[in-house]
Design a protein around this ligand. Structure first.
Ligand code: CTP
Ligand code: MG
Length: 252
């Protein structure tokens, strides 16, 4: 068998602005422990023996900057490519996927905004795809009770119902896919958008959601609390604390 076929490639969407994090550089370039979130995320992927190539979808006006950044953080020895991302996360993933050589059969998609994902999660997702699943998501149980509401800006919002929490999971990345499945659902989503047929459908916020939309089968493997997404300022405080704890543990 071709060696490339057995090894997975990872797409890292990193082209978002990070509006919810507040004013500043694009989120992927913001620092955690003195190192950009993107560099943490790429390192987390390259630590996995399952990953042979990483394609970063950078902000369209920041490709050269991202290339320089990855070089200056000691990632030169790895197979890392940078492409211009798009206006939405979905578009960024599609553009990253297009840069993956045809012979790569397994693709992971990992948010640049999840810098601290443990390598065990990356390995578990890749092995589940290798074992035959077409789409795999890491997820964790919810701590809070969740209610579905009728959204009203400014509230109060009427509650519709309370889903059984034991059946709910908060989904993380990396999500893993058979490459043909991922390419097919992205192509279909694009065609749907072009036909403006997606107007009435709710937005899909992850890649596995696209697989579900087009009738594919998605399975969940255990995620990790440290794979959380840096979204709001408090998440960065938590991430700094987790990193400091890791660095202290490594010093012993
Ligand atoms: N992303 C991307 N291209 C976009 C939008 C988002 O590649 N046009 C990426 C982000 O860089 C991030 C991941 O998708 O790594 C998850 O998105 P999110 O957490 O929403 O990041 P942002 O879109 O940057 O943040 P916000 O929604 O607060 O602006
Ligand atoms: Mg966003």
């Amino acid at each position: 068998m071709n060696a490339t076929a057995a090894v997975a490639a990872a797409v890292v969407p990193a082209a978002g602005r990070g509006e919810r994090l507040g004013p500043g550089a694009p989120k992927a370039l913001r620092e955690l422990g003195g190192v950009p979130l993107l560099v943490h995320a790429v390192r987390a992927l390259t630590r996995s023996r399952a990953v042979g190539l990483v394609v970063v979808a950078a902000p369209a006006d920041g490709v050269a900057e991202v290339v320089a950044l990855l070089d200056s953080h000691g990632l030169e020895g790895k197979d890392i490519r940078v492409v211009a991302g798009g206006a939405t996360r979905q578009e960024s993933v599609r553009l990253g996927l297009a840069a993956i050589p045809a012979e790569v059969g397994i693709v992971l998609v990992h948010d640049a905004a999840r810098p601290l994902v443990p390598v065990e999660v990356v390995d578990a997702v890749a092995s589940a795809v290798r074992a035959g699943a077409e789409a795999v998501v890491p997820a964790v149980p919810l701590a809070d009770t969740v209610k579905r509401v009728e959204p009203v800006s400014g509230g109060p919002e009427p509650v519709l119902d309370t889903p059984d929490r034991s059946t709910l999971r908060a989904v993380q990345t990396p999500q893993g896919f058979r490459r043909d499945t991922l390419a097919e659902v992205h192509a279909k989503a694009l065609a749907e958008e072009a036909a403006a047929a997606a107007g009435g459908l709710p937005p899909v916020t992850d890649d596995a959601g696209l697989v579900e939309r087009f009738g594919g089968r998605v399975v969940v493997v255990p995620g990790h609390e440290e794979a959380f997404k840096v979204t709001r300022p408090l998440d960065l405080v938590l991430a700094e604390a987790v990193l400091a704890r890791r660095r202290a543990a490594d010093a012993y």
